[in-house]
Every structure is written in C-alpha cells, then in structure tokens.
Design a protein around this ligand. Structure first.
Ligand SMILES: Cc1ncc(COP(=O)(O)O)c(C=O)c1O
Length: 465
C-alpha cells in the first residue's frame, strides 16, 4: 500500500475517533450554522482530481458538525442506538476487505462470518435453529425479503409459481395486519404487488396490540403479520394467540420484530414475545437494538426453500451453488457488502449476557424516564413495557412546543408523535452508550422544556382579557 494511502486511512481513523470523543460535549442536534455550511458542498462536479487528503478534510470540516449525534449517549429518537465499538471497528475492517459477499466460493471469509452470525442470532432470539436468513439493509427490506418467501410458499401451495408467472392471474392471497402495523410493512406489501391497501386490518387495543379475538377467518392462502414492539408504545401483539389461530388454518405468520424481538434475549422480558418462535418468518434490525452501524437488518424464514425460491439467482458466469451457504441465495441483492460481519462482531463482543444486559438496561432506563416525568407532573400515555415512553405536556400545542424546545436545547434529542389522537414526545432508549447519568441529565432537560412550555400556556391564558 502506498504511504499516502496509509496516511489517509490513519487520518480517517483519527478524525472518526475525534468525532466520537467530541459527541458528549456538543449538542445532540447539529447547530443551524453547521447545517447552513452544508451549502458549501453544493458545488459543480470538479473538472479534475483532488488530493484524497483534501477530500477527507472537507468531508470532516463540513459533514461532521452537521450530523445528528446518533452515535452518542443521549439520542432517543426513532428506536435506534449508537454503534458498538466492536461493530464499528469490524465494519471498518470489512470495508477495507471490500468483499462482494454473494458466493461462498469467492468470498469464503464473509460468507462464513454471516453463516455464524445468523446461527448466533437464532440462538440469542430463541428462534428455531434451522431457519434460513439474509442480511439486508433494515427491517423494511427484511419485510420485502421474508414476505417474498411467504408469497412464494402460499402461492406454491395453490399450484402457482409466482417468481415465474408473477401475480397476474394468480390465486388471490389475503394479508392480515394490525391497525398499528408499521408503515414500512405496508410499503413492503406494495413493493411485492400485494398492495398497501389491499389488506384486512384488525383493530387494536389502547396500547396498539392487535386484538386476536377480531382476527378474520384464516386459511392456507393467508399471511398474518404480527408485531413485536410497537414503534410508539413498545407493545406486543399476542403472537401466541395469533399462532393458535393460524396454525390449524395453515396460514403463514410473519413477525415485525424490528426492535421488540430483542426482548426475547432477556429472561425477564421474553414473555412479551412469547409464541414468536412459532411464526414462519421474522424481520428484525441489527441497527436498532443490537447497535451495529447502518445499515443492518435481517430476514429470517423457517422454510429455507421458500426463501431460496424467492431470492436465488443463477447465471452462467456465477459459481454454481456450493455445499456452503451462499449469501446471495437469501437476499434481494447479488452484490452487497458483508453486513453480517458487523452483526457477528456485535454478538461476539457482547455475548448472550451482554445482549441481555443492554436490552434490560435500556428498558430500566425507559422506566426511569417515565418516573421522573410523572413526578414532574406530566402524563405518560403508554404502559412502559419495553424501551418506549410517550409523554404529553398538556394540549397538542404545548407538547409540540416542549418537543421543539428540547430539540433546540441540545442536551438530548427525542422526536414527536401522535398516539391514538394524542400529541406526544416519544422517548426511545436503545443505545449501549446511554448511562444512568445520561438518563438523569436528559430527564431533567425534558422536565425543563415541559415546564417552560406549560408556563407559556398559562401566561398566554392570563393575558387573554
Ligand atoms: C416496528 C417497526 N417495523 C419496521 C421498521 C422499519 O425499520 P427500518 O427503518 O430498519 O427499515 C421500524 C422502524 O422504526 C419499526 O419500529
């Protein structure tokens, strides 16, 4: 390797380390000035080459300050956690390897790492150990992948080859979802030609859980999608009851377990997702609770033939299937980075007890948020069963104002939402980096923002003649 490359990669590592070390001292959201400076990136395509050191320096000078501190300890938005050091380091090394992880014969190292990572995932999530799976970009694409397998299997039973003949003239399939299904699930159904709106929607209760008693009749051409972990409340659909209905009917059960499936890694929380092991397919994220860098999702399917039937590709120039696991047999992509390496590193570094500790700690921290905010006089809108807390600061305007004030304050970052008609601040605790001290500091900032906002409400009421 030329000296210039060595110096460049060392410089990149040092800049990345400085960035990570600086996160605690800066506001979580980027400053308006840093965001405004991004305009300097918007220049015409350079006519000629530039020195790579200058490219990196410009990226760091303009890009780094305008990032959201998602890798830090006090980002509580979107149910996503910062990346574990072992996973970041593995990601860097795997990037240097630059393996096009399609076939074992060509990229044995990353193919084996993904094989092992999948085996460990099934173990830690307590899913059947002979399931097949593919490492994809996130739960959205994991849905597309797993539901393509579902579509394959359900139509194959009806004597239809959907990969060959498409959906034109195919026997109809019924897809059953809860009224609180995540929008990406509906998007996946749209991508697959199953229709975002052409679903049977089952009503939910006050926590967003599908009401199993309201399920429609199921049959062998039905796909039922259950959710383990509602993006607002953290609540779980009654998967066991859903499976009780689906199994005798021969329906396919898919579980959206983007983050909630990880409750199964914690003995005290596993009951929340009881029955999930009976499903036919699952979608989950690595970049949420396993804290691996973006992007990382996993599609898991009990029937390996169905997943391969939906995803495999062959061509004269490609090595023919080996006895080893060929990653491209299980993912929509042929060429792709070895995402499973980051998953492998996270699981290798945490071990079973480390995963359980991370998930359990974040849930305990969520309960602490709820306690402090209740003590501060604010209403918690959900049962805090997992890592999600919804808080209201009064009327919608007061809550929106508190959310904006909190985001501007910079101590921590939480997003807003509307939960069953109530405007709320949404706190998601999902990071290895979050300490109990971070929670105390952040909860104080939220109480401060809430009190300011409610004080403005009463001031404006007093000023009305
Ligand atoms: C329940 C649920 N399903 C699906 C998704 C989509 O996941 P991704 O953004 O990784 O595609 C999310 C994201 O928050 C989620 O919470």
């Amino acid at each position: 390797m030329p000296d210039t490359s060595r110096a460049l990669l060392t410089d990149a590592a040092e800049r990345a380390i400085r960035y990570l070390e600086g996160l605690d001292a800066r506001g979580v959201a980027p400053s308006a000035e840093a965001v405004a400076r991004l305009a300097q990136l918007d220049v015409p395509l350079p006519d000629g080459p530039s020195d790579a050191r200058d490219v990196l320096a410009e990226l760091d000078a303009l890009g780094s300050p305008a990032t959201m501190a998602m890798a830090g300890a006090r980002f509580f938005g979107f149910v996503i956690g910062g990346a574990l050091p072992a996973a970041v380091a593995a990601n860097w090394l795997a990037t240097a390897w630059d393996q096009n992880t399609g076939r074992y014969d060509v990229t044995p190292s990353t193919a084996v790492l993904e094989h092992v990572a999948l085996r460990w995932l099934l173990d830690v999530l307590r899913l059947p150990n002979d399931c097949a799976g593919g490492f994809v970009t996130g739960t959205t694409v994991a849905h597309v992948t797993a539901l393509a397998a579902a579509r394959h299997a359900v139509l194959a039973r009806a004597g239809w080859n959907v990969e060959a003949d498409g959906l034109f003239g195919a026997p109809p399939i019924t897809v059953v979802v809860g009224a609180e299904a995540h929008p990406t699930l509906l998007k996946a159904l749209g991508v697959l030609g199953l229709g975002r709106s052409r679903v049977v929607t089952v009503p939910v209760d006050g926590q967003g859980r599908m009401r199993a008693d309201a399920l429609p009749p199921l049959d062998a051409r039905t796909i039922v999608v259950a959710q383990a972990g509602n993006v607002n409340t953290g609540a779980f659909d009654p998967v066991a009851e859903i499976c009780d209905r689906a199994e005798p009917a021969g329906a396919w059960v898919h579980v959206d377990g983007a983050f909630g499936l990880w409750a199964r890694a914690v003995p005290q929380l596993a009951h929340l997702a009881d029955g999930a092991e009976r499903a036919d397919s699952w979608a989950t994220d690595g970049h949420k609770w396993l804290n691996v860098p973006y992007d990382s999702g996993v599609a898991i399917v009990r029937d390996a033939d169905a997943l391969r039937g939906a995803m495999s590709v062959s061509a004269e120039y490609l090595p023919t299937a080996s006895v080893q696991r060929d990653p491209s047999e299980y993912t929509p992509e042929l060429s792709r980075r070895a995402r499973g390496v980051d998953v492998w590193a996270a699981l290798r570094s945490l071990g079973r007890s480390g995963v359980a500790e991370l998930v359990e700690r974040n849930c305990r921290q969520a309960r602490r948020f709820a306690d402090v905010l209740r003590e501060g006089g604010f209403e918690i809108l959900n049962d805090v069963v997992l890592n999600q807390v919804l808080v209201s600061f009064g009327d919608p305007e007061a809550t929106r104002r508190a959310t904006a004030a909190l985001q501007a304050d910079g101590t921590c970052w939480c997003g807003g939402t509307v939960w069953q008609g109530r405007t709320a601040l949404r706190i998601s605790v999902s990071s290895w980096a979050t300490t109990d001290a971070d929670v105390e500091r952040s909860a104080e900032a939220i109480v401060r923002a809430g009190k300011q906002s409610t004080a403005m409400n009463s001031n404006s009421r007093h000023s009305i003649p």
